[in-house]
Design a protein around this ligand. Structure first.
Ligand code: SF4
Ligand code: SF4
Length: 208
């Protein structure tokens, strides 16, 4: 989902020369994940456990210098939001969430690989998809303005309580079944191919 060469501000050990961000490849991720042992064993946090196993195994195969890093698992949290921006493939959307050049507002990072090798990497995109998005449907799609009233072209801030309250109502079932309407309204999200079933899974995790 993105790669960059870290510097001193990226809160990584100095020997790390390349950081590779990993996330679902769509379409197809949900069909793959739901066949996994973690998705079928009925235990909590199946996707985090799947990510730990799969990304940990990739790191192991790459060699002992490669460290797997995860955006979950408690403090100290790694700065995945900042790392995503550093990759040049994700940007701060007007709704404050990250928007990725191919995953849109459906971007999620399941982990990262910290490499001591300095890989040759392609130059990142310079422009956010939001720059060419005239209608900006993400701004108006939330039915309860949980992203905050618009001020100077941007919502003023995500109100988690308003969002969670709405999700517990009959009217909130559309978000529960198909995912956040604001995230789904983004044309880049729609091209990514994430299934509604996966978005619903994330909504249930979030509502817990
Ligand atoms: S809907 Fe448009 S403005 Fe909003 S995140 Fe997507 S590309 Fe950016
Ligand atoms: S999940 Fe639904 S209520 Fe919450 S921010 Fe998204 S659109 Fe709004």
């Amino acid at each position: 989902m993105g790669t960059f060469h870290p510097n001193a501000s990226d809160r990584l050990p100095p020997e790390v020369q390349t950081l590779v961000l990993l996330g679902p490849a769509e379409p197809g991720f949900w069909a793959h994940f739901t066949q996994s042992p973690e998705a079928c064993d009925g235990q909590p946090n199946p996707m985090d456990r799947w990510s730990t196993r799969v990304i940990g195994k990739i790191a192991e195969q790459l060699g002992h210098d490669t460290q797997p890093l995860f955006p979950f698992g408690g403090k100290p949290f790694h700065p995945f939001y900042s790392w995503a921006l550093r990759s040049g493939r994700a940007f701060a959307a007007p709704v404050h969430f990250l928007v990725h050049d191919t995953a849109g507002l459906h971007v999620s990072y399941r982990g990262a690989l910290a490499l001591t090798a300095r890989l040759d990497i392609a130059p990142p995109n310079a422009a956010s998809p939001c720059d060419g998005c005239a209608q900006k449907p993400c701004l108006t799609a939330c039915p309860v303005q949980a992203l905050g009233p618009i001020n100077a072209g941007r919502p003023t801030g995500y109100n988690v309580d308003v969002c969670q309250t709405h999700l517990g109502t009959a009217e909130g079932q559309a978000c529960m079944d198909g995912g956040c309407l604001a995230r789904g309204a983004c044309p880049v999200s729609q091209r990514y191919g994430r299934l509604a079933a996966q978005s619903s899974f994330h909504m249930r995790q979030f509502k817990k």
